[in-house]
Design a protein around this ligand. Structure first.
Ligand SMILES: Nc1ncnc2c1ncn2[C@@H]1O[C@H](COP(=O)(O)OP(=O)(O)OP(=O)(O)O)[C@@H](O)[C@H]1O
Ligand SMILES: [Mg+2]
Length: 430
């Protein structure tokens, strides 16, 4: 993709989700597994496809309000009932709790959608053929996409809405989780969907420098947004095009190493630390969850993120201030059995550093001659300056065991690798 020929916000974003990830998914033995029919596949699938909705009355399910006022959330309300979008590949899956209710349910309008990189979240462009404010729906998908089976149950939806509120209150640039809804009346088996807006309601951009401050993202978002992997991924349709980061760097006057440190690495490390230290919630900043926003001239840029399905550490949360409450699931020490230090290593060292930053640094070294040590150094200084050393971390990197476990279970193992994108903790970690 060549910037400038790329089109509007939506066209660029959709192309980037689908085709700019070449070479960015080699981080685990399961990362390229996708149990999806070709039609709905982000790379080989149709330009658009149709997602059916079902009218769910109150006796069969519940609409879950987010804490924000959202015009797109209203699109899914029908008086006391709501519209439940179901991915077409989920509809044919058995066992699907509540399928007989769906079978008899009134059909709602169809959504015209474009798949995003993770397959089960899609851009919604039209409802019943009528153009609507573009937004995402994230759907229940009880099949395996990379390591995990991508169900979306009631407890997980409630947790993601809860986590969104915490992160937004902390002023972080996370895409708005506006609302959700589930089919079923038992919280353990009910499943459903989430409605996500295209923009965050917090955060500031990195400005052009030379005394020019950043801009408020909520009121004045940068023009384009793409997944982070699209900065350093190959265009699978046009493999000879330069990467987006090469194009963006060429548009400005900053040296490549400075550009990458100042606009990508430092904001990512700061974002992670601010979220963890203020709320106890640990964002999973891999290449798909992390987003990069930019103006066409590259002057203002921002790191954003999406996906509030993340781990919460009660102890860090308590230390962060007068925080109240915990979500139903994903709580370390409750339903999450691994110790906090290992979980932080999974999220920081493996998801962010290994899955995303190592690859970005490799491409930056190969194509732009950026010394990897320069980027490591920027991350470490930021980590130390923003309180990272007070957090519990192990001496080595932890990641999942190299096998799939039944029921989507997981265990962490010590990889033995030394972390390169952070400094060691100040106190011994349990
Ligand atoms: N370059 C990439 N890096 C990481 N993950 C990728 C990449 N491209 C596609 N993916 C897919 O994105 C998904 C990441 O999983 P994750 O749990 O973060 O997202 P999710 O829960 O499906 O939804 P969302 O991010 O919309 O909330 C996986 O299905 C993975 O295969
Ligand atoms: Mg994700």
């Amino acid at each position: 993709m060549i910037l400038g020929e790329a089109g509007d916000l939506l066209g660029t974003w959709q192309y980037a989700e689908r085709y700019l990830g070449g070479g960015t998914r080699a981080y685990s033995p399961f990362s390229t597994d996708l149990d999806v029919p070709d039609l709905y596949h982000p790379q080989v699938g149709a330009d658009r496809f149709t997602v059916p909705t079902f009218v769910v009355p109150r006796r069969h399910g519940v609409f879950l309000h987010g804490h924000v006022r959202s015009a797109v959330a209203q699109l899914y309300r029908r008086g006391d009932a709501f519209l439940l979008p179901v991915h077409p590949a989920t509809l044919t899956h058995r066992p699907l709790p509540g399928w007989e209710v769906l079978y008899h349910a009134e059909r709602g309008p169809e959504l015209s959608v474009v798949p995003a990189a993770n397959t089960r979240t899609v851009f919604v462009e039209r409802i019943d053929g009528v153009r609507v404010e573009p937004h995402f729906v994230k759907m229940h998908y009880p099949k395996r996409l990379s390591r995990f089976v991508r169900t979306l149950g009631e407890q997980a939806i409630r947790t993601q809405l809860w986590t969104y509120r915490e992160l937004e209150r902390a002023g972080l640039p996370v895409l708005t989780e506006a609302a959700g809804g589930v089919l079923g009346t038992s919280p353990d088996t009910a499943w459903g969907f989430l409605i996500r807006e295209l923009h965050p309601r917090g955060g500031t951009t990195v400005g052009p420098g030379r005394g020019m401050a950043g801009r408020d993202i909520a009121t004045d978002p940068p023009h384009h947004t793409v997944p982070l992997f699209a900065l350093y991924g190959r265009d699978v349709r046009r493999p000879h095009d330069p990467t987006l980061m090469e194009q963006l760097i060429a548009r400005g006057s900053e040296a490549p190493a400075r550009w990458l440190a100042r606009r990508v690495v430092v904001p990512m490390v700061r974002l992670w630390l601010r979220a963890v230290l203020k709320t106890g919630c640990a964002p999973e900043l891999h290449g798909q969850n992390t987003l990069f926003s930019f103006d066409p001239d590259g002057g203002h840029t921002a790191v954003l993120f999406r996906d509030c399905d993340l781990f919460v550490d009660p102890a860090t949360r308590e230390a962060g201030g007068p925080n109240k409450g915990l979500p139903p699931v994903s709580v370390i020490g409750q339903d999450v059995r691994e110790p906090v230090s290992r979980v932080f290593s999974l999220v920081y060292d493996s998801y962010m550093a290994h899955h995303a930053l190592d690859r970005l640094a490799q491409v930056a070294a190969d194509r732009l001659g950026v010394p990897t040590t320069h980027l490591h150094q920027a991350a470490r200084e930021t980590f130390t300056a923003h309180g990272g050393r007070t957090l519990p971390f192990p001496d080595t990197v932890f990641y999942y065991e190299n096998q799939l476990l039944p029921d989507d279970g997981w265990r962490l193992r010590d990889t033995g690798a030394t972390p390169t994108w952070r400094t060691p903790p100040t106190a011994a970690t349990p």
